[in-house]
Design a protein around this ligand. Structure first.
Ligand SMILES: [Zn+2]
Length: 325
């Protein structure tokens, strides 16, 4: 990969055939799972404090069994972004995923949004999870996803931390507008990400954004999570169809707890209850319908040369920090 010859920051070009695997012409489709417990989600932050995590029954093994069985039955190989603390408590999970042909990647250690970390504490957080996952699987951890898509303009310093920590790609930038996350003007296909202060080896970090559906001039999030459970499945299908037609990779994301209608209910606020507890009964059937309806699901880490080639055509996107108000 000749990352030194990348276009300049402003040369973001999106050729219509950019997402096609140049070797076989098949669309790139990836399912990713952020492996965390239901009580570690952002909606529970401040409701179920970290000191009380032990009071809530663990459900992650039960939910991972369900997902691994679904993927085994459908021939889907996925990427699992593990929290380090989950891997530590359930030391067989990551190795089971790797042994079944899935990719094991990092979701950090303790599910802290990057806004609550500093470059130093983030370095400790990501290196800790990377080390434990590599020890458990015997394989290199290539990818990272920030908790709650918290790699934004405010946390652009994280790009250099990830580059220095040795990650080959990041999957943390959601190219939509959202009150808690998102970089609305980021490309909707793989690109090279840089912090405005430079760094990341000068060439940028390979960024693999989740699927969006472009309609009426806006990019709508249709890649998974609450969007998948709360909205009609037809929206995700429209996104998948548009991505395939444009030759754009389709990266989906889910969490183990989203397939667990029997999980204990936490005292969340009204918004948190709707976002967390809606659509849990039908989610496994919907995911299976999506996987069986489209071919070629592969781990993100298996597609890096193709994703890198697309990113090279897309160019470099710089997370310019917003001026203080
Ligand atoms: Zn998460």
């Amino acid at each position: 990969m000749t990352r030194n010859t990348l276009p300049t920051d402003d040369a973001i070009v999106c050729p219509p055939t950019a997402g096609l695997d140049s070797s076989c012409g098949k669309p790139i489709r990836c399912v990713s799972i952020d492996v965390e417990e239901y009580f570690q989600i952002e909606a529970a932050n401040g409701v179920v404090g970290r000191g009380r995590w032990g009071e809530w029954p663990s459900r992650v093994e039960r939910n991972m069994d369900l997902l691994l069985d679904l993927f085994d039955r459908t021939g889907c190989r996925a990427t699992f972004f593990f929290l380090g603390c989950v891997a530590e408590k359930h030391p067989d999970l990551a190795r089971r995923c790797a042994d079944m042909g899935h990719e094991v990647a990092s979701h950090g250690s303790m599910h802290d949004r990057l806004h609550r970390l500093t470059p130093e504490s983030m370095r400790t957080d990501v290196l800790g999870s990377k080390r434990i996952l590599e020890d458990q699987t015997g394989r290199a951890v290539l990818g990272y996803r920030a908790p709650t898509w918290s790699l934004t303009r405010e946390t652009s310093w994280a790009v250099d931390v990830l580059g220095e920590a040795g990650f080959a790609y990041d999957a943390s930038v959601f190219p939509v507008r959202h009150p808690m996350y998102g970089v609305a003007d980021a490309p909707d296909r793989p690109f090279y990400l840089k912090d405005s202060a430079g760094g990341a080896g000068g060439a940028g970090l390979l960024e693999v954004p989740p699927l969006t559906w472009r309609v009426m001039g806006k990019k709508l999030a249709v890649a998974g999570g609450g969007y998948f459970r709360l909205l009609p499945l037809s929206l995700m299908k429209r996104g998948l169809a548009q991505a395939a037609a444009e030759g754009r990779p389709a990266i989906l994301y889910f969490h183990p707890w989203e397939f667990d209608p029997g999980m204990p209910r936490m005292p969340l606020n009204a918004t948190g209850r709707v976002r967390t507890y809606t659509g849990l009964k039908s989610s496994a059937g919907k995911l299976e319908e999506i996987i069986r309806g489209y071919a070629g699901w592969r781990p993100i880490g298996d597609c890096l040369s193709e994703l890198g080639a697309i990113a090279k055509k897309t160019g470099v996107f710089t997370l310019r920090r917003q001026a203080a108000a």
